[in-house]
Design a protein around this ligand. Structure first.
Ligand SMILES: Nc1ncnc2c1ncn2[C@@H]1O[C@H](COP(=O)(O)OP(=O)(O)OP(=O)(O)O)[C@@H](O)[C@H]1O
Length: 321
């Protein structure tokens, strides 16, 4: 039941948006299509959904090329939300169910259950444009899920949501994946979603630069970071840690990148010799760090907190391999 994207390329006139993208995703796991602004995520999703025809390549599902009939069984949440502002919430979901071939009775039953799950039970009769932005986003998700799609594609579903809503929405999506649905969502906010997606597809400048389970990508990362909180007069104790680079400093806490193979306890010993240590730990690399490592060959040695923040906030396009 894998969803395959095979050598897909697309250009808007002179601008290459996708330069030959090739991957497959499986049901059962929540897959994140991640990358900075302009990386090509929306273009790829539009091609998957048949909104754009690729210049080259194809989309296959369950071993067969995907056609419009197969896409009737898919759910799509576009980046530019497409709800009818004046329509009441319940009717909106029923309408989308009907568009996907459900009877009115079936669509109503499913709409009630979905709106219940997404915390919109008491909004059935309310006009859509009277909902807050976050609630409209949940409603949009309901319209994408009402027909129990076998493939769900969501473009930036977490943008603009508060942390509680992000957690709830990701629970809903993970449940769909566990039930056998193929779920792909995009995001440019790497650090917002780093604990949500189990499989990662990282794109940059129209190419896949990193892919695989998050845990495996982290284990293969060249960057190891330590967090040390030490009451010391200065940072001279770091001179006794060969290869250590300061990533960030805040009050007594210092984050240090150490070369792979260095024993972290040598750093702890050096810190303890300088003063009392309140906190010491190994930090897993963030998705921003993994991205920078993938697009900048020597980033493992010189990842900086500043670059990570810039990427998380608005994304810094990197160089594709
Ligand atoms: N209609 C268009 N005409 C011309 N160029 C376009 C058009 N739509 C997108 N592009 C360009 O194609 C590239 C890929 O854009 P796309 O919207 O797919 O990226 P994205 O990863 O979804 O970005 P974002 O995170 O900002 O939504 C970008 O360079 C963008 O400027």
């Amino acid at each position: 039941m894998a969803l395959e994207v095979r050598d897909v390329a697309y250009s808007y006139s002179e601008r290459v948006a996708l330069a030959g993208v090739d991957f497959e995703i499986s049901p059962g796991v929540l897959t994140g299509l991640l990358g900075p602004n302009g990386a090509g995520k929306t273009t790829l999703m539009r091609i998957m959904l048949g909104v754009l025809a690729p210049d080259r390549g194809e989309i296959r599902h369950d071993g067969r090329p995907v056609d419009s009939e197969a896409r009737q069984r898919w759910g799509y949440m576009p980046q530019e939300r497409g709800l009818y502002p004046g329509m009441p919430v319940g009717e909106q979901v029923v309408y989308f169910g009907r568009l996907h071939g459900l009877s009115r009775t079936e669509a109503t039953i499913r709409a009630r259950s979905l709106l219940d799950e997404l915390g919109l039970t008491d909004r059935w009769d309310q006009r859509t444009d009277k909902l807050s932005g976050g609630l409209q986003q949940r409603l949009q998700l309901a319209t994408a899920l009402v027909h129990h799609p076998e493939v769900v594609v969501l473009d930036e579903p977490f943008a603009g949501l508060d942390p509680v809503a992000v957690a709830e929405l990701s629970d809903s999506l993970r449940e769909r994946a566990r039930a056998g649905c193929t779920v792909l969502f995009s995001s440019h906010q790497l650090d917002l979603v780093q604990n949500l997606c189990e499989d990662i597809l990282m794109v940059d400048e129209g190419r896949i630069v990193l892919r695989g389970p998050l845990s495996a990508l982290r284990a293969a990362s060249t960057g190891v970071q330590l967090r040390v909180s030490v009451h010391a007069a200065d940072r001279r104790w770091l001179d006794r840690c060969p290869g250590a680079t300061v990533v960030s400093e805040e009050a007594d806490e210092v984050r240090i990148a150490i070369p792979r193979g260095t024993d972290p306890l040598t750093v702890l010993d050096a810190a303890r010799a300088a003063g009392p240590v309140d906190d010491f730990g190994l930090d897993l690399p963030s998705l921003s760090q993994l991205f920078l490592e993938a697009v900048t060959p020597d980033a493992g040695a010189r990842t900086t907190g500043g670059a990570e923040q810039a990427l998380a906030a608005e994304a810094t396009p990197g160089r594709a391999r």
